[in-house]
Design a protein around this ligand. Structure first.
Ligand SMILES: [Cu+2]
Length: 216
């Protein structure tokens, strides 16, 4: 499946273990959620690739903060391509894997990499402060920009990019949660317009090839 695959194995509450009926209900609930998430992902990708009208409606204004807490908007990177990905730093595997491939793709672009800004936007602003985002993004590539912001602004940015995300509780503690989120890379042109979705499962080589079709 191309999208919405950032779903870690169902985290079970540490204690007490749910009884058979509760466990069944939990599994059915999770299964339904997974199916719905998968369907939403497919629908999102279909609408992304349908035609010029759908293409026009991805992306838009946002008001976020960079790793130093400075305001960043969609206009900040005008003149450069933006490769946008939504996720969160506590993500167990999908986000780190994807960002690794993005970093590799950027390296493979050589001198053309100057024209592309990889942007990682958190869907978990509660934990992903500017400082957390800065360190996390830098761990993948010195070129990568990590963005966070208020829950409200993150929600607006995600809606503009048609990104689905939701908190999934894993326990009673304040930090006992993961984030489900759709997982697509969005290539935006130097004029801010959406150019193409890129599957997050692609290798660095494939992502570089996809970028190379636009970044000349
Ligand atoms: Cu993730």
């Amino acid at each position: 499946m191309a999208t919405a695959d950032d779903i870690s194995p169902p985290p079970l509450p540490p204690s007490p273990p749910p009884g058979p009926s509760r466990r069944a209900a939990l599994l059915i609930g999770l299964g339904g959620g997974l199916v719905m998430l998968a369907l939403m992902g497919v629908a999102a990708l279909v609408s992304l690739t349908k035609g010029p009208d759908a293409v026009m409606s991805v992306g838009g204004p946002f008001n976020l903060l960079d790793g130093d807490g400075k305001p960043v908007t969609e206009k900040t990177f005008r003149g450069k391509f933006m490769l946008v990905y939504f996720g969160y730093t506590f993500c167990p595997d999908v986000c780190p894997t994807t960002l690794n491939q993005v970093a590799e793709a950027i390296d493979r672009l050589g001198p053309k990499a100057d024209r592309v800004v990889p942007v990682f936007i958190t869907v978990d602003p509660k934990r992903d402060t500017p400082a957390v985002m800065k360190e996390f993004a830098a761990a993948f590539s010195p070129r990568m920009i990590g963005l966070t912001g208020s829950a409200d602004e993150i929600g607006k940015a995600a809606r503009a990019y048609r990104v689905y995300f939701a908190e999934r509780r894993t326990g009673p503690g304040a930090n006992d949660y993961t984030m489900d989120h759709s997982s697509i890379l969005y290539l935006m042109g130097p004029d801010g317009r959406f150019l193409a979705p890129i599957r997050a499962e692609e290798t660095g080589e494939q992502i570089a090839a996809a970028l190379g079709r636009f970044v000349r």
